[in-house]
Ligand binder design. Sequence first.
Ligand code: ADP
Ligand code: MG
Length: 263
Amino acid sequence: MDVMLRLSGVSHAYVGPAGALLAVDGLNLDVATGEFVSLVGPSGCGKTTILNLMAGLIRPSRGRVEIAGEAVTGPDPRIGYMLQQDYLFPWRNIRDNALIGFEIAGERSPEAERRIDRLLAEFGLAGTARRYPHELSGGMRQRAALVRTLAREPEVLLLDEPFSSLDLLIRLQLEDLVWETVRRRGVTAVLVTHDLEEAAAMSDRVVILEASPGRIRSVLDVPASIRTRLPSEARWDPDFGPLFQRLRSLIREPEGGNAGHAG
Ligand code: ADP
Ligand code: MG
């Protein structure tokens, strides 16, 4: 297996006036190149912290984070990070929002602009390039944020509950769009979601975390019949129901595990 992301013995504690809070505890996780992994677990179990560690936004208190065999020591252009909120700048139109990564890198050019225009068209946003974020629906804004995240062709895409504020139908469309985009480009993806169905429909593997501090409770491999289909179609696969039930029972198991307990 060609490892794109590796967390070895990673712990992270937040230190504040009230003392230290252990958010992630001795995490070991490999994500293969081109793999799609979801992280699920109760609120506060350390999912966002894990993504921030992968993104190099925070340094682990202990252990090591690697991308393609090299230590992650800070933000890395190979990593794209998309959040629940779109964080588009209200005073910039959609095209200029999407171009911001190039601008920050001092690489805005006619070629970069052409690439953005192609991506906007691919994501159904060609007609909105000159419009402002407040003129767009939530789903369109998330698509624009996705274009911005993908603009500089990251090899790794980190997604922190990117669909959770959207209506169900829009969410299903965006799941398909992200899934197709990631597969077509061979991008490695780590998705945090509280939606178990979404995790099962989109991923190759689902990592289930314990309540705080973040530790891996179990890892579920998604069968090929589901992995290889669009999320919206995978939900109709006969294997999907059993997979979802299995995932639900793993989440519900009491601390310490109880494999015999069915959900
Ligand atoms: P999740 O994304 O799974 O909801 P987080 O990674 O955001 O969990 O948080 C894990 C734990 O760390 C929680 O107890 C949270 O309150 C705490 N935490 C998160 N960010 C900070 C921070 N910047 N300072 C102090 N504590 C934090
Ligand atoms: Mg979070």
